[in-house]
Design a protein around this ligand. Structure first.
Ligand code: PLP
Ligand code: COI
Length: 355
């Protein structure tokens, strides 16, 4: 499919932020976006055009029944080079989310071509300050106007871009994580595995509970026994017990994070003992008391690597790693961000360059 371009004239281009590290995450958008429509069983009208509000029927199915999915990825600048980190994985995961939400697939190679073309157009928006990147948000929504509950016959797929600094206002320093014992995020057989909008809506209430005690993120326990760690609001979770690094398995209720997969590869290659296994909250709390839990961190595209400094559980705070960034956490952060920014060798072929 041909990608049509309707670019804004130079005098209508926006001012870029003077200090991207100070811009709250995801609040500034570039001049252009990509969009395409789906109807009668095919994608069509692929276009790069001015970033602008959408026109949707108030009866659009996504607005009522939440048929919407998205992805999160980043472009990094190294001088004049623009680098992407494992971008095909995001479009493959978008298709897995689409399958679960009864939405159409997109062609992964076409989506990569589109993204490359959009990044060529928006090249100057990829920031060059350390710790910054251009966040990429591919999104798909059901747009058919209909109040009956059913999968939409019509869809919109679009990609918007936002120059960002750190996801947490703390930057790369320990975050405070609130364990939700009252609410759950996803049940087995549900949609927890899909990157679908309702999962994030479902997380908001517990988020307000977390902020009441001054904590920033929610760590979810499994919905059945309320016993095993699942994931954090926007990140997968890792715990280091003595010499064993552990992360919960992909059991269908959590997102299969691309950063998680990358951390598993990096740490296995370092020769660490790494296990994907269930971790109970009792094991963590006892491990903190005994000193067996030496480090804990979350990982995700937006947050990168976030050291966990404390946990709030059953009305009590528990300090992890003396509230500091652990050695392994720091090492993984340096290695991952080094590869992503092109400063360190890409031993795994993870980097795709915009040509
Ligand atoms: N879990 C959730 C719920 C997320 O929103 C994210 C962010 O995308 C992750 C985990 C981490 O996934 P990834 O590393 O692919 O960004
Ligand atoms: C990401 O890490 O890209 C995410 O999607 C998290 C987000 C919901 C801000």
């Amino acid at each position: 499919m041909k990608i049509e371009k309707q670019l804004s004239p130079p005098e209508e281009l926006k001012q870029k932020p003077t200090d991207v590290l100070k811009v709250p995450f995801g609040t500034v958008f570039t001049d252009h976006m990509f969009s395409m429509q789906y109807s009668s069983g095919t994608w069509h009208d692929a276009k790069i055009h001015r970033y602008a509000p959408l026109s949707l029927s108030p009866a659009a199915l996504c607005l009522h029944y939440g048929q919407g999915i998205f992805e999160g990825m980043k472009a990094y600048r190294r001088g004049e080079r623009i680098l992407l980190f494992r971008p095909a994985k995001n479009f493959e995961r978008l298709n897995q989310s689409a399958h679960r939400m009864v939405m159409p697939n997109i062609d992964v190679d076409f989506a990569l071509d589109v993204l490359m073309e959009l990044l060529r157009v928006e090249h100057s928006w990829v920031p060059d300050v350390a710790g910054s990147s251009l966040y990429i948000r591919p999104t798909m929504i059901g747009t058919q106007a209909k109040l009956g509950v059913k999968p939409s016959d019509e869809y919109l797929f679009y990609i918007i871009l936002s120059p960002v600094g750190p996801y947490f206002k703390e930057g790369f320093s320990p975050v405070h994580i609130y364990l939700s014992t009252e609410h759950v995020r996803a049940v087995r057989g549900g949609v927890g595995v899909a990157k679908t909008m309702g999962n994030y809506a479902a997380s908001l209430f517990a988020g307000t509970k977390a902020s009441e005690v001054g904590y920033s993120q929610v760590l979810w326990l499994d919905a059945l026994e309320r016993k095993y760690l699942e994931e954090v609001g926007t990140m997968n979770i890792f715990v280091k017990f003595d010499d064993e690094l552990v992360t919960p398995p992909l059991s269908g209720t959590i997102l299969a994070g691309i950063t998680r997969d990358s951390v598993l590869t990096l740490t296995k290659d370092m020769g660490l003992k790494v296990n994907e296994r269930q971790v109970s909250i009792d094991e963590v709390i006892e491990g903190i008391a005994s000193g067996k839990v030496v480090e804990m961190f979350g990982c995700g595209t937006a947050a990168i690597i976030a050291p966990v400094g404390s946990l709030w559980y059953n009305d009590k705070p528990y300090t992890v790693s003396n509230g500091k960034t652990g050695k392994l956490t720091q090492h993984i952060f340096d290695e991952l961000t080094g590869i992503q920014s092109g400063e360190r060798e890409d031993r795994y072929g993870w980097i795709v360059e915009v040509d």
